[in-house]
Design a protein around this ligand. Sequence first.
Ligand code: FES
Length: 109
Amino acid sequence: MSTETTFAIPLAEIPEGSMRSYPVDGREILVCRVKDRIHALDNICTHAFARLDQGRLRGTRLTCPLHGASFDIRDGRAHPPATQALAVFPTRIAGNTVEITVRSAEAGP
Ligand code: FES
């Protein structure tokens, strides 16, 4: 079973070339804006535990501050030392608002 939550934020909260994290249903979602496109991913590195909003965003490449793994914000693809992709979430720009839909799997009984 999975749950789905859609949250909305003002587009102005994410200036071009920047990123910001938001708490959603007990997890942290990182929202990035590059070339007027919005990308949403998990904020926690898949290699160990580090918050990616403390890292560096250059173009579509997001670099972890702890051991230097990087991720493509368009599809979450990982580059070493991380091997597991980040979860990515659908986004939609509606006027001056960004809508992000977060799906999370729940463990069954
Ligand atoms: S925790 Fe991110 S690269 Fe190790």
